[in-house]
Design a protein around this ligand. Structure first.
Ligand SMILES: Cc1ncc(COP(=O)(O)O)c(C=O)c1O
Length: 349
């Protein structure tokens, strides 16, 4: 176990911190927007941090041993990152995912040495993963339950501590808002707790896509909300309120139309000169709205959000006009709102 922990720590030591990129806005607004670029992690997303924390948590709890099969219920970024660490430790990794998962995602998990176990009913991935772990004497990582517990929210170079350290020399070092979506809810929980722990004036805004339970549940303070539908923005939005979502640290929630997320994703990619993922678009839409509000109130300050993963994973979906049209998404009205915002700061009420 000691060697395994040393190997995971060595990975952290070899990794440079992710960049904090300024997003260009008219200087005279007195408002600055920053993007924490989590797509540059070795496994391409913010889930590299979570996977590292979940492995350390499992190792230090004595749940993971030298021959433990690692099982996770994820079709996305988490499975790619966990497969990377499982291979580093010489452990078999099984990702349980819906049979509808894109071939690109399956290829990325297999590239990291993982095996993909496909199930027909998307709602059964967690039950199936738990059963597979029991049957193989393995360990179910269960990101939705342990994300908020496994992540060190007080520091240890978590995403929040890194953001504030990188803002230290900026003209507005304490952001008015941090904007992020929720899949497990672990990232927003870490940010919300850190802001309170450090007694900072920053507010936390969680953005949510269509079909997700987080926003309606938060609005009604009813955590039993079930939508029965999956999210169309990979990585964020869930049909039920997950255990790692911490509503008590959330100051505001914004529901973002999926077409607006994709329009903002494309607008952001054009400004940055490289493709970002769909959930980054959801973040940007939320951030633009908050900045427009501050501008209208004559406030100055900064806002921070995340690039959660890169866009090359979505070449055949979010970046394909045919695929977008086939989903019934019309990006044009939202693209017009973003163009108007980036030039005049105006935003629909
Ligand atoms: C691309 C992407 N964005 C955002 C998130 C949300 O992060 P969290 O699970 O910490 O809420 C995820 C989570 O899987 C993700 O994969």
């Amino acid at each position: 176990m000691t060697e395994a922990i040393a190997a995971v720590e060595a990975d952290a030591n070899r990794s440079a911190d992710t960049h904090l990129l300024p997003f260009p806005l008219p200087r005279e607004w007195g408002l600055d927007l920053y993007l924490k670029d989590e797509s540059v992690h070795p496994t391409g997303s913010l889930k590299h941090r979570l996977a590292r924390s979940l492995f350390l948590y499992g190792l230090c709890n004595g749940w993971i041993g030298p021959r433990t099969t690692i099982v996770e219920a994820s079709s996305g970024s988490t499975a790619v990152s966990e497969a990377y660490f499982a291979r580093m430790l010489g452990l078999p990794f099984i990702a349980v995912m819906p049979a509808s998962t894109s071939p690109e995602k399956i290829a990325q998990i297999e590239f990291q040495g993982g095996r993909c176990h496909l199930v027909d009913d998307p709602a059964s991935v967690v039950v199936e993963a738990r059963w597979l772990a029991e049957d193989s004497g393995g360990h179910f990582m269960d990101q939705f339950t342990y994300a908020e517990r496994a992540t060190d929210w007080r520091g240890n170079n978590n995403i929040a501590e890194s953001i504030y350290a990188q803002l230290r020399l900026e003209r507005h070092p304490i952001p008015a808002w941090v904007v992020v979506g929720a899949g497990t809810g672990g990232t927003s929980a870490t940010l919300g707790r850190y802001v309170r722990y450090r007694r900072l004036a920053t507010k936390l805004c969680v953005v949510d896509p269509e079909n997700s339970a987080f926003y309606p549940a938060w609005l009604a303070a009813d955590w039993s909300v079930r939508t029965g539908k999956g999210s169309r923005i990979e990585g964020i939005g869930r049909p039920t309120v997950e255990a790692s979502f911490l509503p008590s640290v959330v100051d505001r929630m914004v529901q973002v139309p999926d077409a607006a997320s994709l329009a903002a994703m494309r607008a952001g990619s054009a400004v940055l000169g490289r493709r970002v993922g769909g959930s980054t678009g959801t973040n940007l839409w939320g951030a633009f709205g908050l900045i427009a509000g501050m501008l209208a109130e004559g406030r100055t300050g900064s806002v921070v959000t995340l690039i959660c993963d890169a866009g090359d994973r979505y070449a055949d979906t979010y970046y394909s006009d045919d695929w977008v049209a086939a989903q019934g998404h019309d990006l044009a009205p939202h693209a017009a709102v973003i163009d108007r915002f980036l030039t005049s700061g105006a935003w629909p009420a």
